[in-house]
Design a protein around this ligand. Structure first.
Ligand code: AHR
Length: 498
């Protein structure tokens, strides 16, 4: 029996709903086919957005959506995507598969999608190949309420009212596809560009997000902050971090999403656990410049990245999704919760049909992946208060390496007054008996759900419900204790009334 300690009297910070955010890029079949099929499609839609996909995303309460990229963002010129669709420019999406981008999904469509989802809007601007004027005018187009060239143009295009733009990214991966810059140069560019990201309505500020590091590039974080903080603060609301989980760590041969063994399982989860170190070390650099933690760490690209499914376009990054992805999701979402004093947003890459997607589509068919089910279990943490907790772990893994701690957890106090406990068990062979001690608080009731299965279990278009959550009843309650057994390879949510 291992112990889970929960102290309901000590809360440690607010869990922004945005920790469960998503990312949608003009890449492969994410936007086109996956979300947007156009008004004339036979697939049921509202203003071009697939009804089945929107409904499935609403179920997990998507809090925020990042768009249009990714690498695409720094090649995207927003004026190409407004106005009558027949007049919109066609271009080649050089970055992703060399396919024709007809710009039929642009600013108006993105904002309509956010409206349908009821989520916040996070637009990523083009610093790599766009001008300051272009970026500035996009923000004016979206948010200015009054008479101005851009506000008038928006009205001409059918949207009288400004939209609420919650977050704006000033460049994406500026160290790589976004311009191959050095951090000092990017820091200066950021200072300049963000100056013209105006807050036209001080009651609805646009939060500016600087491009942060690639994984463990701590030098980038330090130098960008040093450059931006050179003349005081107030320039930045968030700084991004990108980290992808690759089973092999080798970009030229990442490994298969479906065809993997126990060794791949453990090394993937070991790779994902690196997120803890990344958050800790980037945070400690941020603490030097921003000890009050006003600047959010925005992990706006995370998730698994495998070799594409055989026979699919290599530029489309389409991959299947198994219980391994469910564990990756559960472990990362627990980590984000535990670090909610600094981590203010995280966006899984990507929402539909790309990388670690929560939804996959094929023609008119749609399936929810194991990762969707984890977001479903964890949505109870949204807007909760992180509660002090810890769990005893044992080592899981193989004799010849790739050993990891078996369990991970986080606990929040929800708006419903219940404690929400999420636990993952990454062991492939051992279930764990856990004694949950809720300080001095007597436990009044418990409700649970579990996602479990074989490590390669996944949903297909032929068998869309092979992996799904069920009620979890394997627990007993006595006084202030809940004893429960978490099976190998599973993710559990308990709602505990104390
Ligand atoms: O998510 C796919 C790509 O990964 C994004 O376009 C880029 O930002 C990152 O390298």
């Amino acid at each position: 029996m291992v112990k889970l300690y929960v102290n309901p009297k000590v809360t440690k910070g607010h869990i922004n709903p945005e920790l469960q955010g998503h990312f949608s890029e003009h890449l492969g079949r994410c936007i086109y086919e996956g979300i947007y099929v156009g008004e004339d499609s036979d697939i049921p839609n509202e203003n071009g957005m697939r009804t089945d996909v929107v409904e499935a995303l609403k179920e997990i309460r998507v809090p925020v959506l990042r768009w249009p990229g990714g690498c695409f963002a720094d090649e995207y010129h927003w004026r190409d995507g407004i106005g009558p669709k027949e007049g919109r420019k066609k271009m080649i999406n050089t970055h992703w598969g060399g396919v024709v981008e007809d710009n039929s999904f642009g600013t108006h469509e993105f904002m309509e999608l956010c409206r349908q989802l009821g989520c916040k809007a996070y637009v990523n601007g083009n610093l790599g190949s766009g001008t300051v004027q272009e970026m500035s005018e996009w923000v004016e187009y979206m948010t200015f309420d009054g008479v101005s060239p851009m506000a008038d143009l928006r009205k001409e295009n059918g949207h009288e009212e400004p939209w609420r733009l919650d977050y704006f990214g000033v460049g994406n991966e500026s160290w790589g596809c976004g311009g191959n810059m050095r951090p000092e140069f990017y820091g200066d560019m950021y200072r300049r560009y963000q100056t013209y990201v105006r807050n036209y309505d001080s009651k609805k500020p646009v939060r500016r997000i600087a491009c942060g590091a690639n994984a463990d590039d701590y030098h980038w974080t330090d130098k960008v902050l040093e450059t931006v903080f050179d003349h005081g603060t107030g320039f930045m609301d968030g700084m991004s971090l990108h980290y992808y989980t690759l089973p092999t760590g080798d970009w030229s041969s990442k490994g298969s999403a479906l065809d993997f063994d126990e060794k791949d399982w453990y090394r993937t989860l070991k790779a994902t656990l690196k997120m803890e170190e990344l958050i800790r070390r980037h945070s400690s650099i941020m603490d030097q410049y921003d000890p009050e933690k006003k600047i959010g760490m925005i992990i706006d690209e995370w998730g698994t990245w495998y070799d594409v499914e055989p026979g699919t376009n290599p530029g489309f990054l389409y991959q299947q999704n198994t219980m391994r992805d469910a564990l990756v999701a559960g472990i990362n979402l627990n980590l984000f919760n535990k670090n909610c004093d600094r981590v203010k947003m995280a966006n899984i890459a990507q929402m539909v049909n790309v990388l670690q997607a929560v939804i996959l589509t094929e023609g008119e068919k749609m399936i929810k992946t194991p990762t969707w089910h984890v977001f479903d279990l964890y949505q109870h943490h949204q807007d909760g208060e992180l509660v002090e907790s810890s769990i005893e772990t044992k080592e899981a893994g193989l004799e010849d390496g790739y050993r990891i701690p078996d369990l991970s957890e986080s606990v929040s106090l929800g708006k419903d007054g219940r404690l929400h406990v999420t636990v993952t068990n990454a062991s492939l062979t051992e279930s764990r008996e856990i004694e949950g001690c809720f300080a001095e608080s007597p436990v009044l009731s418990v409700k649970g759900r579990i996602l479990t299965g074989d490590m390669r279990a996944h949903n297909t278009f032929e068998d869309p419900d092979a992996v799904h959550t069920v009620e979890f009843t394997d627990y007993t309650v006595e006084g202030n204790k809940v004893c429960f057994t978490i099976p190998a390879c599973s993710v559990v949510h308990l709602a505990v009334e104390v």
